[in-house]
Design a protein around this ligand. Structure first.
Ligand code: GUN
Ligand code: ZN
Length: 433
């Protein structure tokens, strides 16, 4: 197996930096070092170039970080990104459901999943929690595309048996059989893991939610992903459909769907009891700032979630979100909290999209840092692209200032190279301007 060394400014986090400290413990920054990779894993770092037997990849002067983790993104929605003029429920009916219907076709699913996986890598995201569509073939295509690229992927066929067009509906029995088959063939195979993927409570009957809960109870190592409390009309609709539940989140709890491997997108319109329930069950909120702004959904209270002890990770939520780029997502998250009067540090934002996400997914032994033993999912970035960013970068008086300016200004043009398990999976071929 080849041994590879990557030269650059190595940056990762070894501890939770909290929300606002600009000089916390646990920021590990080694200017001009070589990151050593052997057998697809990180094995160390050193200031001098390793000798014979190593392939040298010289990115001197560039930023080298763990690949980003996107904890909520929709594979079939690339084609509806940037669709005008709707809030959530209209947006689903007008744009998203028609687009997803086409993924019944295996060729559409395979082409869509390949495009999506390559696009993630071209944005510096090496691990993701992914919604495909209701069609089993779309989950299959997603796992195949991720496995072909060696990527860590958590996904599963979407469960939805009501309140959508006929081409997007399953039934409980067939859905259970499809999930079981996907679990048998994909869960724990290389870097793939299965998630019971409940679209959202309004699209599933009680029987379907109960089936998902049963499967989850039978295999505690399975994940669960869904949406919750994103939009006020959606919350009101969930309350109408499930009058017996204390809250929208409680619908999932009643069906045994909350646990330490549950990833719930949004969670804007939760109350104190909901936040306590998240903390008690270990479920995480995947905060999707660009989506929340674009669809006019609302401004999440990050501080309240952390105060309650709930985990918060960051996600693009493309196609409701407007970019697959996690630096863009971090920058939007900063602005959302600025509107709440909270000034998140760059370290808090980075943590939520790397080490913190890995911990919340129980994958911190594998992803999220440049720690020896972790898989070599590594991204290499220009500190600045263009004269304005270059001037801002040169003016930075501290590492925090420099990195905050980077995340505020960077996008996929800054990305020079992406490695997955030590293999180069994206290489920028033209110099950015
Ligand atoms: N709620 C149910 N489905 C969706 C979806 O596809 N995107 C978003 N943002 N919210 C949802
Ligand atoms: Zn979503």
């Amino acid at each position: 197996m080849t041994r590879t060394a990557i030269r650059g400014d190595l940056l990762d986090l070894t501890a939770d930096p909290g929300l606002t400290a600009t000089s916390p413990a646990g920021v590990r920054f080694d200017t001009d070092h070589w990151l050593l990779i052997d057998g697809g894993r990180i094995v160390g770092r050193q200031p001098e170039a390793p000798g014979e037997g190593w392939t040298h990849i010289d990115h001197a002067g560039r930023l080298v970080m763990p690949g980003f983790i996107d904890t909520h993104v929709h594979m079939p929605q690339l084609e509806v990104i940037a669709s005008h003029g709707a809030e959530l429920l209209d947006w689903l009916n007008t744009y998203t459901f028609p687009a997803e219907t086409r993924f019944a076709d295996p060729d559409v699913s395979r082409a869509g999943a390949a495009l999506f996986a390559d696009a993630l890598l071209a944005h510096g995201t090496t691990a993701a929690v992914v919604f495909p569509t209701v069609h089993k073939v779309s989950a299959e295509a997603m796992f195949e595309a991720a496995a072909a690229r060696g990527m860590r992927c958590i996904s599963g066929k979407v469960l939805m048996n009501r309140h959508a067009p006929p081409g997007l509906l399953d039934d409980v029995e067939q859905a259970e059989a499809d999930c079981q088959d996907l679990i048998n063939r994909w869960h724990g195979r290389e870097r793939q893991a299965f998630a019971l993927t409940v679209r959202f409570a309004p699209c599933s009957t009680r029987e379907q939610l109960a089936m998902a809960g049963r499967l989850l109870a039978s295999r505690p190592d399975l994940y669960m992903q869904t949406h919750v409390a994103e939009n006020r009309a959606e919350v009101a609709w969930a309350a109408e459909l499930f009058p017996e539940a204390r809250s929208y989140l409680d619908v999932y709890h009643r069906h045994g769907l909350l646990g330490p491997r549950a990833v719930l997108a949004h969670g804007i319109w939760l109350d104190d009891a909901d936040r306590a329930l998240l903390a008690a069950t270990g479920a995480q909120i995947a905060h999707c700032p660009s989506s929340n702004l674009f669809l006019g959904s609302g401004l999440i209270g990050w501080q309240a979630l952390v105060d309650a002890g709930a985990a918060v990770t960051l996600a693009s939520d493309v196609g409701g979100g407007t970019s697959l780029s996690m630096p863009r997502t971090l920058a939007e998250a900063y602005k959302v909290q600025a509107l709440n009067g909270l000034k998140l540090s760059a370290w808090a934002l980075l943590h939520a999209a790397t080490r913190g996400a890995a911990q919340a997914l129980h994958l911190d032994h594998e992803i999220g840092t440049l720690q020896p033993g972790c898989m070599a999912d590594v991204t290499v970035w220009d500190w600045a692209v263009g004269p304005v960013a270059a001037q801002r970068d040169a003016r930075a008086a501290s590492l925090h200032e420099r990195f905050f300016a980077w995340l505020t200004l960077a996008d996929d043009r800054n990305l020079a190279q992406t490695f997955v398990a030590g293999h180069s999976r994206h290489l920028r071929t033209t110099e950015p301007r």
